[in-house]
Design a protein around this ligand. Sequence first.
Ligand SMILES: [Ca+2]
Ligand SMILES: [Ca+2]
Ligand SMILES: [Ca+2]
Length: 256
Amino acid sequence: MGGLLCKNANIANENIEVALIKAVRLKGARHKQKIKHINTLLLKFPKMIEQIEQLKVYFDEADKSKTGSISPEEFLSCCDDIIRVKLSKDTKGKLFEMSDFDDNKSIDFQEFVVVCALVYLLEENNKGSTLQAFADIYDLVIDAFLYFDKNNSGYLDKEEVMEGFSEGATPSAKVNKGLVGFSARRFEELDWDKNGQVSFREFLFALEKWLGLEPELEEGNEDGNPEGPGGAEKTPARKRPEDDSDYFAVTSPQKN
Ligand SMILES: [Ca+2]
Ligand SMILES: [Ca+2]
Ligand SMILES: [Ca+2]
């Protein structure tokens, strides 16, 4: 009996995955893709930061107990009263779990941006949803994801990420600018669950880190390991970029 329930739950999760992939394609196809080169995306970073930070108003409102994160119950009422979406309770619960990257049963702001994106994707036309105001930013993230997803599989593999970061660069430029190592490190950051492919939600989660929007690390936790399943007490590693200001210098336009 329990096994059957578990199996059904897995099927339902797969269905949500499939629905999300379809929604990314659909919403991507509805507007003209604007990102043709990685530098186009990088130039949009300041605007993205500005828009994503506006979601903090919703996040703070949803965090009724003022703990700095959102519980499953708070998320359900947030869906009803704040972002106003009509998805089923079951779907909302699954999206919450899918966006709870560190599996601590609560959603911090970085995760909240992801769960809102997933809600935005699954809510058919977002009529009446306050997330409609964030259509531009989420459509931009969709464009960025589709820019990398060359084979339109709904996931990014390592080759696609490597190619996306070095598109247009000559083989010698790739070596000289250190693009191979750089892209490989970016892929490691993108593939949160280390299964060799990057889903849309992993993409957005890592993108937030690149934008500098991840939460500050607790002191004395710098050696945290994202793969450490035993570390119950530790907050999972959310390493800051080595150096924020130079983070993307290697792919930014070098000179005019
Ligand atoms: Ca969490
Ligand atoms: Ca792909
Ligand atoms: Ca993955």
